[in-house]
Design a protein around this ligand. Structure first.
Ligand code: ADP
Ligand code: ADP
Length: 229
């Protein structure tokens, strides 16, 4: 049961850079996967394609069974709102809003009313261990807490897929560990998760590792296992 399927995906940028070249990648429901690789190897381009924020130059991207190229912009927005949560290195929280309203914003494009959004946001904050911080604004929270708010916002709509781009990159190692533990918990509860990381120790803690180099998949631990069988 594949959540993500990339088939011979190439992404070239105007000016001649080929950021991804003939990438094949399948992610099954329930996987927790690290994407590693040096700067410029294509990790962000890969995550943007999987997040349907970008389209391939050639090849196919299927998310939750939908061929992304066949969807209208409106259908793509609906697919993102329903199925995909995003977490970034620098949190991207709204500075003037409380933790509760930041998380409630994760349901903005789902048609859920404000009361329901706030109720579900309160539950999501509880889930990430911040039930006592609902009224705090980002500047009143530590880095680790801000990232947990951002994770609550990403999962409040219960997406099938969570995409995290260097989620521990701006955190000290203790908060970083707590964030990774939280991602493990969410994965245990059924969310499929892809994490970009520069941190080999973090990557080693995840069940599957995909290493990128020069726009190609250089190593995939799942492929190694398949060959060993
Ligand atoms: P990573 O996330 O691993 O650092 P990226 O996916 O950001 O890699 O970049 C892969 C390659 O594509 C790099 O050579 C980068 O300079 C290039 N690139 C990324 N985004 C763009 C863009 N919008 N326009 C042109 N080139 C880009
Ligand atoms: P965590 O381990 O979750 O990142 P910390 O141990 O760093 O949390 O933070 C401890 C407490 O200090 C938190 O309850 C938080 O509210 C408070 N705190 C941390 N950073 C700031 C800040 N920049 N401004 C105000 N309060 C802060």
């Amino acid at each position: 049961d594949a959540v993500v399927e990339l088939e011979s995906v190439t992404r070239s940028y105007p000016g001649g850079v080929t950021a991804l070249e003939s990438v094949d990648l399948t992610v099954r429901r329930g996987e927790l996967t690290a994407i590693t690789g040096p700067s410029g190897s294509g990790k962000s381009t890969l995550l943007n394609l999987i997040g349907t924020l970008d389209l391939p130059t050639s090849g196919h991207v299927r998310i939750d069974g939908h061929d992304v190229a066949r969807l209208t912009d409106r259908q793509l927005s609906a697919l993102r709102a329903r199925s995909i949560g995003f977490v970034f290195q620098h949190f991207h929280l709204a500075a003037g809003q409380t933790a509760l309203d930041n998380v409630a914003d994760g349901l903005l494009y789902t048609g859920v009313g404000l009361g329901q959004r706030r109720e579900r946001a309160a539950r999501a904050l509880e889930r990430v261990g911040l039930a006592d911080r609902t009224g705090h604004r980002p500047h009143e929270l530590s880095g680790g807490q801000k990232q947990r708010v951002a994770i609550a916002r990403a999962v409040v709509g219960e997406p099938a897929l969570l995409l995290a781009d260097e989620p521990t990159g701006a955190l000290d190692s203790v908060s970083g560990k707590a964030v990774m533990e939280l991602l493990h918990e969410l994965n245990g509860a059924g969310t499929t998760i892809l994490v970009i990381t520069h941190d080999q120790e973090i990557a080693d803690g995840l069940r599957r590792q995909v290493a990128m180099l020069d726009g190609r998949v250089r190593y995939d631990s799942a492929a190694q296992e398949a060959m060993a069988c």
